[in-house]
Design a protein around this ligand. Structure first.
Ligand SMILES: *Cc1c(COP(=O)(O)O)cnc(C)c1O
Length: 430
């Protein structure tokens, strides 16, 4: 489908990037389980290695099944290109890699997935990178945190956990003014509920492990490039604007224009970091993406019902779901995320830490797991699991205090889920 943008979301989630297999006519995208691809001749091989011709060399860099998923996600997000990788966390490193150098920093929201806070506050220091965490509702603080070594601002569209939604446009106005890219983790919203590029984001990252695959089968990640950023406007991004020794002085931006970032991510990022998505993984994710809109509608519908039920229950202190009129983010959510605010939220249980532990053990339909965005409903007590490595202050800032559980509402019958929560709350608070 070459004229893809004229089609609607439901059509694109099935067709974008794919066509019947030219060799066999297979209608579904085959799993190209091959490490290497035969060159037509020595000249063809040389052209591929010089990046003068696009094609398949070796599956650490490119694979036909993964390429279909890349094109599909780029299309759904409204970007010009995408690179898939082995996990969401790999995608975050891949997203920063072309931008950063030792001494550079990223300004990041305090409201991020727990693992991302750990990755940014600890692990990236080993590359000589650093992160400055700010409350992204405080636009003055965001502006103040950006210095001459800042190479990006990073946030989540719908933050996990905590019922927080980001005003992406407000942040994009700041990054545009500073001449740096805005990176949005769109895992919890998915392009069905929000397209960050439409709101001014430069790059979108995903943990495809979650809603995009949708049923808890494989880990994966993706970086989508809007193609809108001028990498040569200043000297902050030499990986993209300056000559690259490994390719005989080729300048990515000058040579590939709006596709510079995507080409760099494949030709340098995947080549040398090797965080590659495998074709089996891409296949499972492609299967999931075909039904994304249907699932997201049901996730949102169920979450709205269940959040409202919990909010009215005397055993519950509060519910943080941006789809509830009581949420401080309700108005923003209605404006920026009109199709719904997803299936993820947290609630606080009267009885604190102990009651939360009893609750997760007493549930029958909900599974106690460290995952989200599955067809089945999931629950986790963040303070004793995913957010365990964080300080109490960081836990509170991330909306994951000791009395809080996070749930990822699946696509089962809402009434069954409510009955399950009811019986488990009785045991927890009994
Ligand atoms: C799960 C998740 C990640 C990390 O993704 P993995 O695939 O587990 O590496 C990053 N951001 C968000 C919002 C997530 O939910």
């Amino acid at each position: 489908m070459t004229d893809a943008p004229t089609y609607g979301f439901d059509t694109l989630q099935i067709h974008a990037g794919a066509k019947p297999d030219p060799a066999t006519g297979a209608r579904q995208t085959p799993i190209y389980q091959s490490t290497a691809y035969v060159f037509r001749d020595a000249e063809h091989a040389a052209a591929l290695f010089n990046l003068q011709e696009v094609g398949f060399i070796y599956s650490r860099l490119t694979n036909p099944t993964v390429a279909v998923l890349q094109e599909r996600l780029a299309t759904l997000e409204g970007g010009v290109g995408a690179v898939c990788c082995s996990s969401g966390h790999a995608a975050q490193i891949m997203a920063l890699f072309p931008l950063m150098a030792p001494g550079c920093n990223v300004v990041a929201s305090t409201r991020l997935y727990g693992g991302t806070i750990t990755q940014f506050s600890q692990t990236i220091k080993r590359f000589g990178w650093s992160a400055k965490f700010v409350d992204t509702d405080d636009l003055d603080a965001v502006n103040a945190a950006i210095d001459e070594n800042t190479r990006a601002v990073f946030c989540e569209s719908i933050a996990n956990p905590g019922g927080y939604v980001t005003d992406i446009r407000a942040l994009a106005d700041i990054t545009d003014g500073a001449g740096i890219p805005l990176i949005v983790d769109n895992t919890s919203a998915t392009p069905y509920l929000c397209k960050p590029i439409d709101h001014g984001a430069t790059l979108v990252v995903h943990s495809t492990t979650k809603y995009l695959t949708g049923n808890g089968t494989v880990t994966g990640g993706c970086v989508v490039d809007s193609g809108n950023f001028d990498w040569s406007a200043n000297d902050k991004f030499p990986s993209l604007s300056a000559p690259e020794d490994a390719y005989h002085g080729l300048k990515f931006h000058e040579t590939f224009g709006p596709l510079a970032y995507t080409f760099h991510s494949i030709a340098i990022g995947l080549r040398d970091l090797g965080m590659t998505m495998n074709p089996q993984g891409a296949h499972y994710t492609l299967m999931g993406v075909e039904t994304l809109s249907l699932r997201m509608q049901k996730h949102c519908e169920n979450a709205e019902k269940i959040a409202a039920w919990l909010e009215n229950d005397s055993r519950v202190d509060y519910v943080t779901y941006a789809g509830l009129p009581s949420s401080p983010y309700y108005e923003r959510a209605q404006a920026c995320y009109p199709k719904g605010t997803g299936g993820l939220f947290t609630f606080a249980v009267k009885g604190g830490y102990e009651a939360c532990i009893k609750l997760v053990d007493a549930l029958e339909i909900f599974s106690h797991v460290a995952n989200l965005g599955d067809t089945r409903s999931l629950i986790i007590h963040s303070a004793s699991t995913t957010h365990r490595q964080l300080s109490p202050e960081q836990q509170e800032a991330a909306g994951a205090g000791p009395n809080v559980v996070r749930i990822s509402i699946g696509i089962e019958d809402a009434d069954d889920l409510i009955r399950d929560l009811d019986q488990a709350l009785a045991k927890a608070c009994g």
